[in-house]
Write a protein that binds this ligand. Sequence first.
Ligand code: IVH
Length: 692
Amino acid sequence: MEDVNQSMSSDVSQRAQELRKLLQQASYEYYVLDAPTMEDAVYDQLYRELQTIEEQHSELATPDSPTQRVGEKPATQFHSVRHNIPLYSLENAFNQAELTAWEQRWRRVAEDEIPESVDYVCELKIDGSALALTYEHGVLIRGTTRGNGIEGEDITQNVRTIRTIPLRLTVANPPERLEIRGEAFLPLDVFAHINVEREEAGDALFANPRNAAAGTLRQLDSRIVAKRRLDFFAYTIQFPDGTVVENAPDSQWGGLKFLEAAGFRVNPNRRLCTSLGEVAAFYDDWSSDRHNLPYLTDGVVVKINSLSLQQTLGFTQKFPRWAIALKYPAEEAPTIVENISVNVGRTGAVTPLAELRPVQLAGTTVSRATLHNRDFIAELDIRIGDTVIVRKAGEIIPEVVRVLKELLSAETVPFELPTHCPVCGQPVVQPKDEAVTRCINTSCPAILKGALVHWASRGALDINGLGEKWVDQFLSRGMVHTVADLYALSEEDLVQVERMGNKSAQNLINALNESKQQPWTRVLYGLGIRHVGSVNAQLLAEHFTTVEALHTASPEEIETVYGIGPEISQSVHQWFQVPANQVLIQRLQEAGLQLEGDALASSGNKQNEAIAGKTFVLTGTLPTLKRDEAKTRIQQAGGKVTGSVSKKTDYVVVGEGAGSKQEKAEKLGIKQLSEAQLLALLIDSVEPDQPE
Ligand code: IVH
């Protein structure tokens, strides 16, 4: 019997290994080569098979399994790690003369060890965040940030979510240990998308893709990182001293090929040059073409190709002598801060803005730049009248980089953020753990205006014709104080408003009535709860199919929704505790808005009669399904999963070690299901026409 068991488990182990290999190859073709060969559905099926094996045989779960890419439960903090080999930074050159001076310098150091011909490798300098990846026997075991170059942070959980970083190297006989370095970055479209979401959620925007990448890498919830599509270009391999590796490259050019063969994405835009003249040509070629790339670059990295010459040259205190960054001039210009104004946003954030003397930058006229918050102003010591350097790259909002203090004249005026909201006059607050100053008066016209405009916006209730112009009028006439008041407006009220004719009034009433049909997801998004942008609203609305369910959920329950972290769940929970918000919900309900919807209604999942509309409670450990998986499958079939047993519960799914919930189910006479019975019900939802 034992033998049978053993051979069975070695079959399973073999299958798991095979699945990992197939999935790794498919993922490499999809993400790194951008040339998919496997159908999505096939991938999903194999992935689920592997997931099931790993759940049933936890000893078969390996750190290089593709199932490790979806993120794990949030970390509480990152640990510092000392780099085995420091991560040096690069010296900069800004023109041909500085490049030539660099060549003369390294030639002086190498003296008589200079070979007859010296080749240079030119690579694009990616504007992201450097990472060091440690592989042991070919398996990724650690990913760290650069930090100060000597010490970085262990962000392995997050690194595993980056699809273009192989979890296992495709290298025959990998050495015991090797380290790969490269640049993690956010593609421009992903960056833009994140900022749209942040704006919708009322969060501060990332100033540029580099900050967004660095911020994402240091995000404690790796499930969020997994959703952000970080990417990575590898550029260096470091073998620990004394390691002997078959076919180890002896040049940077060969190293890049080695990295490609090992499964990494390596930037294809590179050139092997035989002179600095050719280097200059590569730099010129990319000076405008780089703007067509889907990511930001800020220069060209020039490296001596021969690794033995690199070794001869070594490092200065800060930089390698064998490489230099030839930078493109930043899109920066000096201008004068003519004034500092203050804007109050939808979330009450009081943001200082520099009113600049207009200046041409990256093809546009810049006359304003955000100053973020009072810490930023204090740090740079920005005053009205100062000459500052402003920077703009691509689509990114302009920012003040520094003050030209040497031009400081006696006339500059220091700026203090107002102690009272410039719109409503109420005192502002500075929450302890936030840099942002806020007006917290919920009836502040600025907040109300923002809330109303957001409610009417395209992604929310989409109320045609209700823009800032009318909102301003309604507010100044005291006609509305909350979004619910919009639904109490009559045509007679509306025609009182300046320049509102009968026709416009009628159209607006119609649009308001139509908005009552908008689904619960949009209503939830429209409420403008902090951190609840359209994506999170959809996740929440699919899980909590009624406003009551969301209202009564604890932060822990809210956090069980896949993709919802602690910050979001707290924010949602707190919002529902505010009495004025409870009144608002009630009035919206009375006005006929949709405050409930279907589970996963938008994703077209098949509903199942046995499950749709029914409430389930899961208790104990199920033999094969993970709690989350069971839950998702019930929800996909239209059911609801709650945390506690009540008279409203239809089924309690009972696993091993079930406790009080099972007792309660017994007491209330609620039907109990085993996992097998649950699966039988679920199968119906996949094949609704299947005969019994
Ligand atoms: S080589 C010791 N190659 O630029 C050699 N760096 O300003 C170190 N970077 O910290 C790096 N693209 O984060 C190298 N193709 C590339 C690069 C690159 C971007 C970053 C890297 C480094 C910074 C130095």
